[in-house]
Design a protein around this ligand. Structure first.
Ligand SMILES: *Cc1c(COP(=O)(O)O)cnc(C)c1O
Length: 476
């Protein structure tokens, strides 16, 4: 494709995107396709000729859009927000259009240095001290894995440079809670920590926050038994109920035993753009690594996960490979991001954050986050004052976890499997209606419904409409 053809097709595509976003609220929220239906709409043989962009846009409308759950829809309350601010979409396009190659500082000095600048802006915007040095990974899963590998090498005095884990001798132990995201378990297992050495620290029955006294007991017992504590991963905004582990008290345990502390703030990191929320990660300065996803609530389009560490030299020791064809005279003076993690080739992800911050402005993003927090408080208050409904976890962020408990045939509120049947029935009916979408989740062995507020387009009236629908589906 020549640049002039790109110009013409690109204008059509931009128009298509703008129309799509304008009309997103009129579509069903949940993709109403059966497994295989999208695949079946495509020819099984690869295309032979060259098509016009119009044909592709038609196919997008015909086969792709209906097969996509509309997470930008104002009535989407599922999972966590996965906002894709159009300002950041432009930055992503700029990144693709530049076609830069990030494999070393020399291959694209701007790619490296804009990432440094933008990570430092984000550090300041979230109130972190200048001890922290950031990089952008694809996802929080990758960020946590990188932190886990760094923790392992610190705990084993760089076993990888000698006999590896097999020669280390002492079993390595990782601590988290059963509220942590599945990526924490995945990272520990992939880093070579056996499932038997992954400790689930007790949580408070209401806040679901890690109990630091129990962490201390577990660590001391492991040390006494000849095992080696390797890392603690705290959740700052857990995925189920947005629980906040007490970072400061956990950090004290980690400091006493020289354990790596990783803060998984994938969702709640966005809230730290608001000074009034920063008490929720009090103690974060004592951690070794922190990660969070601008690609969730803040809304810089996927993929954009920040990872901050206090000691980047340690990352370099763990992740550096320095083949001769990648060496340059600038080594030693510049950041080589390939030495901060796993991939060699790097996208210019900093541009989407830069576009997002510059075109929307931080004040607008903060206003939106505050709107969502207020909407969550409004919904929680409505649920609490309505007969038969309950809020089942503290609402510290933008997610409201609820259950509806009608009276059973015996006149008592439903419990057990009957309550689960009721919850999963009304949730499925709500979601299948296409008019709104929420996610179910199991809490204390019972199904509940998470209402995760925070799509860019979601205003109070949408939350009000959802609450009416929830009552309709659950109470009839
Ligand atoms: C969403 C989430 C993750 C995973 O994020 P990805 O970027 O999709 O890997 C990890 N931890 C928490 C707390 C999350 O909410």
């Amino acid at each position: 494709m020549e640049p002039e053809d790109f110009r013409a097709a690109g204008h059509e595509l931009i128009d298509w995107i703008a129309d799509f976003r304008t009309g997103v609220a009129d579509r069903p929220v949940k993709a109403a396709v059966r497994p295989g239906e999208v695949r079946g709409a495509f020819p099984s043989e690869p295309p032979t000729g060259a098509d016009d962009v119009r044909a592709l846009l038609d196919d997008l409308d015909r086969a792709v859009v209906p097969g996509t759950t509309m997470v930008q829809h104002p009535m989407h309350f599922g999972w966590f927000p996965s906002n894709a601010a159009l300002s950041s979409v432009l930055g992503d396009l700029a990144s693709s259009g530049l076609g830069a190659l990030g494999i070393s500082w020399e291959s694209a000095p701007a790619l490296t240095e804009v990432e440094e600048v933008v990570c430092d802006w984000m550090r300041q915007l979230t109130g972190l001290s200048d001890r922290w040095h950031g990089s952008i990974n694809d996802t929080a899963s990758s960020s946590t894995f990188v932190a886990m590998l760094a923790a392992r090498e610190r705990a084993t005095d760089h076993a990888q440079t000698g006999g590896g884990l097999g020669a280390h001798g002492r079993p390595l132990v990782v601590y988290t809670t059963d509220q942590a995201h599945s990526s924490v378990r995945k990272a520990a297992l992939l880093a070579g920590v056996g499932a038997d050495e992954l400790r689930m620290v007790e949580v408070d029955p209401w806040t679901r926050a890690m109990r630091p006294e129990h962490l201390r007991d577990l660590v001391e017992a492991d040390v006494a038994a000849g095992r080696q504590p390797m890392a603690v991963v705290v959740s700052v905004g857990s995925t189920g109920t947005t629980a906040f582990d007490p970072v400061d008290e956990v950090a004290a345990v980690c400091a006493d035993h020289a354990i790596w502390l990783h803060v998984d703030a994938a969702m709640a990191g966005s809230a730290m753009l608001l000074p009034e929320c920063r008490h929720l990660w009090h103690g974060v300065e004592r951690a070794d690594s922190v990660s969070w996803n601008p690609h969730k609530w803040m809304g810089t389009i996927l993929d954009c996960s920040l990872l901050y560490v206090t000691d980047p030299e340690h990352l370099v020791r763990v992740f550096s490979t320095n083949p001769s064809y990648l060496r340059s005279t600038a080594d030693g003076e510049v950041t080589q991001y390939r030495d901060w993690g796993i991939p060699l080739g790097r996208r210019f992800r900093a541009l989407k954050l830069w576009f997002h911050l510059r075109l929307d402005g931080v004040a607008e993003i903060q206003t939106r986050l505050r709107r969502d927090l207020a909407n969550a408080q409004w919904l929680a208050a409505e649920v609490e004052r309505t007969e038969g409904w309950e809020v089942v976890a503290p609402v510290l962020l933008q997610t409201v976890c609820v259950r509806h408990r009608p009276l059973g045939p015996d006149g008592d509120p439903l419990t057990g499997a009957a309550l689960d049947d009721h919850t999963t029935r009304w949730l499925a009916e709500l979601n299948d209606s296409g008019r709104a979408y929420c996610t179910g989740s199991v809490l204390d062995d019972r199904w509940m419904v998470r209402v995760s507020i925070g799509v860019e387009a979601t205003e109070r009236r949408h939350v009000e409409a959802l609450w009416h629908m929830m009552r309709d589906f659950a109470e009839t």
